[in-house]
Ligand binder design. Structure first.
Ligand SMILES: [Zn+2]
Length: 417
């Protein structure tokens, strides 16, 4: 089964998570949020009976100052998090301003790696115990454990960085019996290097793991071209051929297409974040702004008025499990424009539906559909003042076609995964 994972990043997203829960398979929760709001997060995860992962926050300390107040002190959540690691992490940050894996002694490397495992296994489970006991919901021992541990990961800028990750993965697997699902976070340009792809896939095939998150930095609709997509299909396919299940940490509809080539899941944000880059500055990732509606025909977010205009001119109202109950015409979206949880619920339901479609239809039909959509909406968007385009539909389609033709050496109609 393809796994849809929702990034649950801060307390304000709780209501959207509740509403989206039935359409998704797991949550990805950043460690700093888990520790700062442990009771709330733990309560929500157990009430929803939702599987989850904890995203270690250590990679954030690698570069930049995203974790500092303007005064230069650690932010409150950073404090709580680094306290968990005792002195090692905090003293390194105080001395050097950052925390880099290679700057730690071998003993401290192991120590931090093991503490990361302990943190993920304990943080929600401990609070689940106390919450449940307090309300006498259960006498049984309650195990609110993550689906798998995500080891500390070091961003790959060069091939050498892979060596650090290998050591971390090996130390993690040695330390815990719990399933381990590493996150391979890489600069986008690396993915276009065939030697890198081959080396990574071979390593993962030999590593003592069965599944892996892949985070290709900035694989977004605006800035990625067909070359990136061809390489990405190839990477996913190579890893899958090694009997390791790849799962995108962030992904758009393109990741659903990739399920044909072996991708087993994708993460995405709440009505947002189909791709992500490393955050380096405190002001990064402010977000907010006007409401956006995920307009399924072009598989992209657009403003509310744009969605109404495009929809009325060209297509039937959304028939996802959420919208079909209340939406009679596109203008109805205006009524929910400020209702984040409803927009989020629509998005989660659509992502589930897109995966169903990919599983039911042939690759040829799926690619033809992208072409039709681009013909219809590309022109309409070109004439509007919208910043959204439909160009990504062509880049995805061409990326897949080129891969199938060049690498698999067959035509789309013959392609049989
Ligand atoms: Zn909908």
């Amino acid at each position: 089964m393809f796994e849809n994972s929702l990034h649950y990043n801060h307390p304000g997203e709780g209501p959207s998570v509740d509403r989206s829960s039935e359409y998704i398979d797991s949550l990805i929760i950043p460690a700093h949020f888990a520790i700062e709001h442990a009771e709330q997060v733990s309560g929500r995860v157990s009430n929803l009976e939702q599987e989850y992962y904890i995203n270690p926050y250590l990679p954030t300390f690698r570069e930049g100052d995203n974790f500092l107040e303007d005064s230069g002190n650690l932010k409150q959540w950073s404090h709580r998090l680094v306290d968990f690691y005792e002195d090692i992490v905090v003293s390194k940050i105080q001395e050097e301003g950052n925390l880099r894996y290679q700057d730690l002694s071998r003993e401290n490397q192991r120590n931090v790696v093991e503490t990361t495992v302990d943190f993920q296994l304990e943080i929600l489970d401990e609070h689940a115990d106390s919450t449940l006991k307090r309300y006498s919901l259960s006498d049984a021992e309650y195990d609110l454990l993550p689906k798998a541990v995500i080891p500390w990961y070091v961003k790959l800028s060069t091939e050498k960085d892979l060596e650090y990750n290998k050591q971390i993965i090996s130390d993690t697997v040695e330390y815990t019996d719990h399933p381990v699902k590493p996150c391979i976070f890489m600069k986008r340009r690396l993915v276009t290097d065939v030697n890198f792809r081959e080396g990574l896939a071979n390593y993962l095939g030999d590593a003592p793991i069965n599944e892996v998150f892949l985070w290709i930095e900035g694989l977004d609709k605006r800035e990625s071209s067909r070359g990136h997509y061809v390489s990405t299909v190839d990477l996913v396919s190579r890893i899958s051929d090694q009997d390791v299940a790849p799962h995108f940490f962030y992904g758009s509809y393109f990741s659903n297409l990739l399920s044909i080539f072996g991708l087993q899941g994708t993460g995405f944000g709440i009505n947002y974040s189909e791709s992500a880059s490393e955050k380096l500055k405190s002001q990064d990732g402010g977000g907010g702004g006007a409401s956006r509606y995920y307009f399924e025909p072009i598989k992209e977010f657009v403003g509310i008025a744009e969605a109404v205009q495009l929809g009325e001119d060209h297509t039937e109202p959304c028939d996802c499990r959420v919208c079909r109950d209340w939406m009679e015409g596109w203008k109805d979206i205006y009524a929910v424009a400020d209702e984040q949880k409803r927009l989020a619920q629509h998005y989660a339901a659509i992502r589930e539906k897109q995966q169903d479609d990919v599983e039911k239809k042939s690759l040829q039909d799926l690619l033809e559909e992208l072409e039709e959509r681009q013909d219809t909406f590309g022109e309409a968007l070109g004439e509007s003042e919208s910043v959204a385009t439909a160009d990504h539909l062509e880049e995805w389609r061409e990326g897949v076609k080129i891969y199938v033709k060049k690498v698999e050496n067959c035509s789309i109609t013959e392609f049989n995964p």
